[in-house]
Design a protein around this ligand. Structure first.
Ligand code: GLU
Length: 290
């Protein structure tokens, strides 16, 4: 896991409050915090609460309380995406002005039918509304992708590449239900918060090329990326809030941290206190990054 000596490092943990913190998200929080501390950097928490249909009221605050019980508090005031909608609107306007976003009238049923007709992989947007909606009402807003390969080097997984137009098609920036899409909000906020290093689960690896193409279209810098391995449940599936992974309690923070630590490939620390655990964990993380 080679690292770089560009300072100042700014990293973030960005949970969606669609449920409470579970072991998988705590594992991700640990990685983001350790990487920030190992680089003498700043660590931020951003609550990604832009989906009122999936977010659970109060979950954001509960996540913050649990993180604090584990010794993890944001170095700067916590940012909530629900309070930043005008930033996403401004970014969409910029993309429209640059002819990199357009209104789309298609329903998901129409997209499915068109994919079959054209022999495209399921879910790839076929570009139907690129030339306008021909009087049909705009339902969503999409990013106009380019036919080129986006490459980046993940700090753990190495060189990655994706032609977003071919793999995903013009993806949604603002949904038909009026909600902002994760891809746009995350790119806008990473840039607005000056994030230099994104550390997150490898389930998001396939989103990264989309985010880089968006960053380039908006004139934002591209951060470094580290996608960590996921902790799997007993059924071999990713632990996630959607799959009702059990929420964690703050009964024994040290015990749980010690339990998760070996999943990073390190030997147990056997620390007596939370402070001692974190201090030793940062030392190990730093040695691995060196
Ligand atoms: N909010 C996303 C999640 O909870 C993570 C976003 C990111 O780290 O880019 O899965």
């Amino acid at each position: 896991m080679p690292t770089f000596s560009v300072f100042p490092y700014r990293g973030r943990f960005a949970p969606s409050p669609t449920g409470l913190l579970h072991q998988g998200s705590l594992f991700c929080a640990m990685a983001t915090w350790l990487d920030a501390r190992a680089h003498d950097g700043t660590w931020l928490i951003r609550i990604e609460d832009i989906d009122p249909f999936r977010d659970i009221p109060g979950a954001g605050d509960a996540i913050l309380r649990t993180l604090a019980d584990f010794g993890l508090t944001s170095d700067e005031p916590v940012v909530r995406q629900s309070e930043r909608l005008e930033l996403y609107e401004a970014a969409l306007k910029t993309l429209e002005d640059r002819h990199r976003a357009y209104g789309c009238a298609c329903t998901s049923h129409e997209i499915k039918t068109e994919d079959v007709r054209l022999g495209l992989p399921a879910g790839v947007y076929p570009g139907t509304c690129r030339g306008g909606t021909h009087g049909r009402p705009v339902r969503s807003h999409r990013f106009l992708t380019e036919d080129r390969v986006i490459t980046f080097t993940d700090r753990r997984l190495g060189r990655q590449e994706q032609n977003v137009e071919k793999a995903v098609g013009d993806f949604v920036l603002k949904r038909a239900d009026g909600c902002w899409a994760y891809q746009l909000a995350v790119v806008v906020d990473d840039a607005a918060q000056g994030i230099t290093d994104v550390v997150r689960g490898e389930d998001l690896l396939t989103s990264t090329a989309r985010q880089i193409e968006l960053q380039e279209a908006l004139g934002y810098p591209t951060p470094r990326y580290l996608h960590i391995g996921l902790i799997l449940g007993e059924d071999g599936e990713k632990l996630s809030k959607q799959r009702k992974a059990p929420e964690i309690t703050s009964d024994d923070p040290l015990g749980l941290l010690e339990k998760l630590w070996p999943y990073f490939g390190f030997s147990p620390l056997g620390a007596d206190t939370l402070d001692a655990f974190w201090k030793e964990a940062v030392r190990c993380w730093k040695a691995r990054c060196a």
